[in-house]
Design a binder for this molecule. Structure first.
Ligand code: SF4
Length: 551
């Protein structure tokens, strides 16, 4: 691949004829000046920090950690300092990072494809109980996050995770994050081609690889036959499609990302066979590394480059400069008319069942994970998967053990036949642990689900409610029926209190005629956090009263 000091064909970012300020693209020779994030990565490859954690910081303690490692490179190993308890959301924007941070860490375990066997599940459960005060959250990218982790324990945790094939490598940071995959890959009746070999190969070849450890910002991937992951929200997504001549393969989408300036991924219009997925993935990441915008952090996601270039030009650069060959045109995949969350009991193609179940807003505990491992083993299964909707799926359940499993899961707080409220509500980490948060999310979500289950138990429509603690949209504010963005709002007495800006009517993964899109941010549509349950209840009652037949 080319990293040239002269402008390359793909190298100008804006419309022809208009001179634009450099965007910090390596491939067009912009290496300096560097913003602090870029400087940190150039000064030392962030992957190198692991050696310092193992040889210095874990022995000398929190106070010994170099700030550039603590607030920068640690992320490449899944470590973020967590928020000091008791700091309200009004002070998030005014305090310095060191004033907000505690001496404990959030540790994100990357679980590519959400795939866990029983040994892995038991190991996470034990680590959570021993080193993380029994915390464990399922994230909306199929990871598990632990909290209250001390730097002294991190090397031991790595050893225990790695002994069962798990890792925290590049779970955060400006690098390729966890690869999302279908929670039912390899077992679903409707799946024509299991993408797991491509997913495994990408992780094997490229995660922890210094060719891709300094990207302009985070890079998100999904690979699935079914449209059961939020593929439009990824930097690159591979979605199953059958080519009329070449058979099953993958349709490729690029440039999705939510957060600020949300954009949905666009189709490149190509078809790739399973064996070519890792190379094509590496080509897209290579473009991002070399042509991605590094000057301003808020323009550094791949979506901005795709928006400026357009997909035709992106495809051309990919083919000519990175792959050295032309890609085949491909058909568009068929999309479901509603997101697939896999809750409930479903038949696998081998005649056994899979069972999807949900905690409330992704919150579980190490003890619950240990109980889950026992329940799963007792029912003849050996595998679970995490989903991008903060849920989990138990695979390979013998039909005659299925109802007993559903009851046993309910007994440990995991519901396979949940109310619409429990099913559709997600929440990000929020003010309990996140340094960027303005409002509480998990506890608010639990309270919301409890109230709505009590007052509107028989609500019979699908509804998604995504609760976010700040504008960063980690729980995908913009693509929910009711998207909630944490901010301060005027309370009853006029003083600023925790609350939410409301986005209504977003969606992902919609079939033709019901195009995926973002909820509308309705100016003035805000609620205090206190009022949230009553607010959503009013909205739901109005919907029930006014809906048309079949709606
Ligand atoms: Fe933290 Fe904001 Fe992301 Fe929630 S949306 S986890 S508060 S950064």
């Amino acid at each position: 691949m080319v990293v040239s000091s002269t402008p390359a064909r793909g190298g100008t970012a804006g419309p022809p004829g208009r001179r634009r300020r450099g965007e910090g693209q390596w491939a067009v020779g912009h290496r300096e000046p560097l913003n602090p994030n870029e400087r940190m990565k150039v000064d030392d490859d962030p992957l190198n920090v692991r050696a310092r954690i193992e040889s210095i910081y874990a022995h000398r303690g929190f106070a010994s950690i170099d700030p550039a490692d603590l607030r920068g490179r640690f992320r490449w190993w899944g470590l973020y300092t967590q928020r000091k308890p008791g700091i309200d959301g009004g002070r998030t924007a005014v305090l310095e990072p060191h004033e907000l941070e505690d001496e404990y860490f959030m540790l994100r375990i990357r679980i590519d494809g959400g795939q866990l066997d029983l040994a892995q599940l038991r190991t996470i459960a034990e680590i959570s109980q021993r080193y993380a005060r029994d915390t464990a959250d399922i994230t909306d990218r199929q990871n598990i996050q632990l909290h209250w982790v001390r730097i002294e324990d991190v090397p031991t945790i790595w050893r225990e995770l790695e002994a069962v094939g798990l890792q925290t490598t590049e779970a955060c940071g400006d690098c390729p994050r966890v690869v999302m995959g279908s929670p039912v890959a390899g077992v679903a009746e409707a799946e024509l081609l299991d993408p797991s070999p491509a997913l495994d190969e990408i992780v094997r070849r490229y995660i922890g690889n210094k060719d891709f450890s300094n990207l302009p910002r985070k890079f998100k991937t999904s690979i699935s036959w079914l449209a059961d992951v939020p593929y439009e929200a990824n930097d690159v997504a591979f979605l199953g499609v059958e080519h009329p001549e070449h058979g099953p393969g993958f349709d490729v989408w690029v440039g999705g990302g939510l957060s600020t300036n949300p954009m949905l991924a666009e189709r490149l219009g190509v078809w790739v066979p399973l064996a070519d997925v890792p190379d094509l993935w590496a080509g897209v990441v290579g473009i991002f590394r070399d042509y991605g915008y590094r000057r301003l952090r808020n323009r550094a996601r791949l979506k901005f480059l795709v928006a400026d270039w357009g997909v035709e030009r992106f495809r051309e650069v990919l083919e000519k400069e990175y792959l050295g060959r032309t890609l085949l045109d491909g058909p568009a995949p068929e999309l479901p008319d509603r997101p697939l969350d896999h809750l409930g009991v479903h038949r696998q193609r081998d005649g056994r069942n899979f069972v999807g179940a949900t905690p409330v807003v992704g919150r579980i505990s190490g003890s619950q994970l240990a109980e889950l491992a026992d329940v799963v083993a007792e029912h003849g299964s050996d595998r679970i998967r995490l989903t991008p909707y903060q849920k989990l799926v138990v695979l390979n359940v013998p039909p005659e053990r299925t109802e007993s499993l559903v009851a046993a899961l309910r007994g440990i707080g995991l519901e396979a036949r949940p109310s619409a409220w429990r099913r559709g509500t997600m929440a990000c980490t929020g003010i309990e642990f996140c340094k960027l948060a303005i409002v509480e999310t998990k506890a608010r979500g639990e309270e919301l689900v409890a109230r709505l289950e009590e007052r509107l138990r028989d609500f019979d429509a699908d509804i998604s409610i995504h609760i976010n603690g700040c504008p960063n949209a980690c729980a995908r504010t913009q693509v929910a029926d009711i998207g909630l963005k944490g901010q301060l709002v005027p309370g009853p007495d006029g003083r600023q209190v925790e609350g939410f800006q409301v986005h209504l009517g977003g969606g992902l993964g919609m079939a033709q005629g019901q195009t995926a899109g973002f909820g509308r941010k309705l100016r003035g549509l805000k609620t205090t956090a206190e009022e949230l349950p009553a607010y959503v209840e009013r909205l739901a009652r109005r919907y029930l009263a006014d809906r048309q037949p079949g709606e």
